[in-house]
Design a protein around this ligand. Structure first.
Ligand SMILES: Nc1nc2c(ncn2[C@@H]2O[C@H](COP(=O)(O)OP(=O)(O)OP(=O)(O)O)[C@@H](O)[C@H]2O)c(=O)[nH]1
Length: 589
């Protein structure tokens, strides 16, 4: 059984516009520099740079002895790709490049990326990009950093040093020892900074060689693989291809996969198996005119990006593990189910429902929701179904009758249900996690406000008032009197209670200057008609009267509305409840 070190998988991270795509483009285009057409090969979703090409680009450093065969760059840069592409519960990328614009320094996403890399324990180097933008820089196209640096004036050299040292300072604040790559002798103690330009190609060879060194130092052991072992990989994407039907774009990170192999993969209902019909890779550039954009290969060895055509791939979820089955079929499928369940999501008994396109995205979305204290009841990969909608619609709590969908559609029958208003479920859909969460939070606020407004309308609000001397216009049937509101909000159609808590009548109408009004606030003097009382018998002029609040409403007022009531209203509430709580301490609680 032949042992060899497999190609490490590399991901590029960094702040927006700091030059991730330009760096990848420069690396992918560097075969011209390496002078070896076809040396760099395009895989599915990734690009392979063999060691020979890197050695040619990197001058002195090229003499380094290594058995790392090259670097496989994932074509999609950014945190999202890094965190969503998983392998055995960890990150799929073995090493990373963190891009920082040397002229801008650290930004929010640079710090986020550092934290992600630290959490995942992924070795990485810092590419300090855009050195050609340092004022006065004289470019030496495709030169090593050492040569390029020598060609600068002293002033430019000092400026370059300063900028790199600013990065060193920032990294030190975050607990990392770092140094410019040509001054580092121990990769384990120092984080390496490589100044580069994706425009001029300066330093790119150094960067690639440093990545090889990093892989050699940190990963040699972990990259041991058997080229004859059963293939293991991660599904990047599930795609329809003309003439092929549903296909899987896969990054194979261990072993070998061949046409005819039986494979285990995760569907939306659990692990399933199928048989590889064809393995496809992109055609080399020079054959681009051939009609079929893919070429068929018999087998592929890790690490590689490959498209797999096989029957029954429709239900497969992106992010799923893929394993070539040799030996016990059920054991491999059980392992896949286990890997799918290892997703680290905290669920609550009641909460929102979330759906995402990949396992990693689901995990990222769930973590963000947890951080915002939004509970999750269900989390699944794949489109939202009719069944989901029915399940969500029976949740009692209105705030959780919501589905947050990241990068996934609704199944057609679910869409019909929503369109026809058959279910009362709010659906949020966005391709950016934080926007999805912001939209949910905005809706939640609006729901709470609407509920409060409704409560204000339906709940009997506390008020206390007294009959003004000389303002009895009718003694009874109904009594019509002038009152002053001493606290709270007086509304019509509420019962009137005495200081002893005895209900004596009901306010029918409130009038201010002969006009009917719906409420009178603290300090107001209004005329009220009270049914059921005779002035001088049940109630007297000058005595403090209360709005009788039903016990059930007291509970709502005290538990949900207290923060929205003014001091006078709270006082009226407290006085009223204290009447009953003297003998029944838990009244209204
Ligand atoms: N002068 C100079 N410009 C660069 C360099 N690298 C990138 N740029 C420019 O910086 C801008 C942003 O570069 P991108 O590669 O798109 O940055 P990105 O990080 O991939 O951006 P997003 O994908 O939007 O996050 C572009 O206008 C590039 O041309 C460099 O080394 N030198």
């Amino acid at each position: 059984m032949a042992e060899h070190i497999r190609t490490p998988i590399v991901c590029v991270l960094g702040h927006v516009d700091h030059g991730k795509t330009s760096l990848l483009d420069r690396i992918r285009g560097s075969k011209v520099v390496a002078g070896e057409a076809g040396a760099i090969t395009q895989h599915i979703g990734a690009t392979l740079i063999p060691f020979d090409s890197i050695a040619k680009m990197s001058g002195d450093l090229g003499k380094l002895k290594t058995n790392v065969p090259g670097l496989l760059f994932i074509d999609t840069p950014g945190h999202h790709a890094f965190t969503t592409l998983r392998a055995r519960g960890g990150a799929l990328a073995d090493i990373a490049i963190l891009v920082v614009d040397v002229n801008e320094g650290f930004k929010q996403q640079t710090i986020e990326a550092l934290q992600i890399l630290r959490n995942c324990k992924t070795p990485f180097v810092i590419a300090a990009t855009k050195i050609d933008k340092i004022p006065g820089w004289r470019p030496t196209p495709n030169a090593s950093f050492k040569t390029a640096y020598k060609n600068q004036t002293e002033r430019v050299q000092t400026e370059c040093e300063n900028r790199v040292y600013q990065l060193v300072g920032k990294l030190s604040d975050m607990g990392f020892n770092s140094e410019r790559f040509d001054r580092v002798s121990d990769f384990q103690r120092n984080l390496v900074i490589v100044p580069v330009s994706s425009m001029t190609g300066e330093g790119i060879g150094d960067l690639l060689m440093i990545m090889i060194g990093l892989a050699q130092r940190y990963l040699a052991e972990g990259l041991q693989t058997t080229i004859t072992g059963p293939g293991v990989g991660t599904v990047l994407e599930v795609k329809e291809e003309k003439g092929l039907g549903t296909t899987l774009d896969v990054i194979l990170y261990d072993g070998i996969i061949s046409v005819g192999d039986e494979i285990g993969i995760a569907g939306s209902e659990g692990a399933v198996s199928t048989k590889v019909r064809a393995l496809l890779q992109p055609r080399p550039m020079k054959e681009i005119l051939v009609e079929d954009q893919f070429m068929r290969v018999k087998s592929v060895v890790a690490a590689a990006g490959v498209k797999i055509s096989a029957p029954n791939l429709e239900s497969i979820v992106a992010g799923s593990p893929i394993r070539v089955i040799r030996g016990d079929h059920d054991e491999v499928l059980a392992k896949i189910d286990e890997e799918m369940q290892e997703i680290n999501i905290t669920l609550s008994d009641v909460g929102v429902s979330v759906r995402a396109d990949t396992i990693g995205a689901l995990e990222a979305l769930s973590n963000e929701l947890n951080a915002k204290k939004i509970p999750i009841m269900r989390a699944n990969v794949g489109p939202l179904s009719r069944r989901d909608l029915i399940d969500i619609s029976v949740i009692k709590e209105d705030l959780f009758k919501a589905a947050l969908c990241f990068n996934v559609p609704l199944l057609p029958d679910a869409e019909v249900m929503v369109r026809d208003g058959e279910v009362d479920v709010k659906i949020f859909s966005n391709r950016v996690i934080y926007k999805l969460i912001d939209e949910y939070l905005a809706w939640q606020d609006e729901m709470i406000r609407a509920k409060e407004a409704k409560q204000f309308e339906t709940v009997v609000l506390p008020a206390k008032f007294s009959i003004l001397p000389g303002c009895v216009f009718r003694m009874s049937g109904p009594a019509v009197v002038g009152v002053r509101v001493l606290g709270g909000i007086l509304r019509p159609k509420v019962s009137v209670a005495t200081r002893e808590g005895k209900i004596v009548g009901e306010i029918k109408q409130i009038k201010l200057n002969k006009e009917s009004v719906t409420e009178a606030k603290e300090g107001a003097e209004v005329a009220v008609s009270i049914d059921g009382v005779t002035i001088g018998r049940q109630i007297d002029i000058g005595e403090t009267l209360y709005v009788a609040i039903p016990e059930r409403h007291v509970k709502v007022l005290e538990t949900e509305m207290l923060s929205h009531l003014n001091a006078g209203t709270v006082e009226a509430l407290e006085e009223y409840t204290s009447i009953f709580r003297k003998t029944q301490p838990f009244w209204g609680k």
